[in-house]
Write a protein that binds this ligand. Structure first.
Ligand code: SAM
Ligand code: SF4
Ligand code: SF4
Length: 351
């Protein structure tokens, strides 16, 4: 039976007994890149500005989520560094005693100018998404000329002492799967651990096709061919990455979201920039926390969080994988549906 989280330390568990531990907060649905696997269109149905949560509102919701068990916050988007004064939000979150970790996932384009302020505000971990070391490929993938800025951003993050630097790479067959060893070499130069992510059919399943996925097994085989044996490291609780160590001590991760989903241990939730709480990356509907928050009804927010999490039966990636056996795996969400609900896209709910 599930028990509500309380000051006595009881754990709020979902229908499968999974605790609520983490929230990814999308601070904006806008982005300055157009990665083809995430946001290939130029224009989207954006969230109306007046619906966006203020930093105080985000902080208040995180506080209520923390009462229900959340201890880790990751700021994401869209591109989170497009949100003005992000360090102010980081300061607010760091002041919450129950929040043990405040992390950021960014595309790095604006990191060079913001790294110092993010560090000063107390950001504890930063992940920069970088899929290729070739400027021509970067442009083909993102439709923007920002490759040098991303590299400078990563260098600056390292130079100002931002800790826990990770480089996340979505591996796409025939596009960047010949760069895996080079990315690990690059990671060494900036003290960053590289994590290879299997291509997922999230959001509008942009351009996704099973043939484009490079599986964890294939990623590992390719790396062992190019870099020598990779020894598996012990798994860390609900962390999605499987980590490995090369003979020279360098570590890297693989996130096998598509071929080996980790739903069974998933303790993550997601908050959109306009205050809808999603219990799975693949969920079609979120719970509106903004409405009770703006009514100043904290108890109603708590109740929505508790009852929502207790009922949670989501295991989106596992269900998608099942479809392969029935050969019905197609687009996750149709274009018409996407136009009607901007929160269905990955960039609205954070990766
Ligand atoms: N804009 C920021 C960035 O790119 O780091 C944060 C938001 S982005 C949606 C978060 C992560 O989701 C990125 O690392 C991105 O590579 C990943 N992502 C987006 N679409 C994906 C897909 N179809 N498959 C796998 N990862 C994806
Ligand atoms: Fe790329 Fe991140 Fe922007 Fe998506 S949100 S288009 S992954 S930079
Ligand atoms: Fe968690 Fe949903 Fe991702 Fe599975 S698909 S790991 S339940 S967010």
């Amino acid at each position: 039976m599930n028990r509500a989280a309380s000051s006595t330390g009881d754990v709020l568990a979902d229908a499968f007994g999974r605790p609520l531990r983490s929230v990814r907060v999308s601070v904006t649905d806008r982005c300055n890149l157009r990665c083809q696997y995430c946001m290939p269109e130029d224009d989207y149905a954006w969230l109306p500005r007046e619906t966006l949560l203020s930093f105080e509102e985000i902080n208040a919701l995180v506080g209520l989520l923390a009462e229900c068990g959340v201890e880790k916050v990751r700021l994401t988007g869209g591109e989170p560094l497009l949100r003005r004064d992000l360090p102010t939000l980081i300061r607010l979150l760091r002041a919450q005693p129950s929040i043990h970790e405040v992390a950021l996932t960014t595309n790095g384009v604006l990191l060079e100018e913001q790294a110092q302020a993010l560090h000063d505000a107390g950001l504890q971990r930063v992940t920069v998404s970088l899929d290729t070391l070739r400027p021509d490929r970067f442009h083909a993938l993102t439709k923007r000329d920002a490759f040098d800025r991303v590299l400078k951003g990563i260098e600056r993050a390292n130079a100002v002492g931002l800790r826990g630097l990770k480089i996340d790479t979505v591996v796409i067959k025939g596009f960047n799967d010949d760069e895996l060893a080079a990315l690990i070499e690059y990671g060494k130069t900036v003290n960053g651990e590289v994590r290879f992510i299997e291509y997922m059919d999230v959001g509008g399943a942009n351009d996704w096709a099973g043939e484009k996925v490079v599986s964890m097994g294939d990623i590992l085989a390719r790396l062992e061919r190019d870099c020598g044996p990779a020894a598996p490291l012990p798994e860390r609780g609900s962390a999605p990455a499987r980590r490995f160590q090369l003979a020279d001590g360098v570590t890297f991760g693989i996130i096998p979201s598509t071929t080996t989903p980790f739903c069974a241990a998933c303790d993550r939730s997601r908050l959109t920039a306009d205050g809808f709480w999603y219990l799975c990356l693949y969920a079609k509907h979120g719970l509106d926390l903004r409405e009770p928050l703006r009514m100043h009804d904290a108890e109603a927010v708590r109740e929505r969080i508790r009852s929502g999490w207790r009922r949670r039966v989501d295991r989106g990636a596992e269900e998608r994988k099942q479809l392969e056996f029935t050969h019905t795996r197609g687009r996750l969400i149709e274009i018409d549906e996407l136009r009607q609900d901007p929160r269905l896209e990955m960039h609205a709910r954070g990766g």
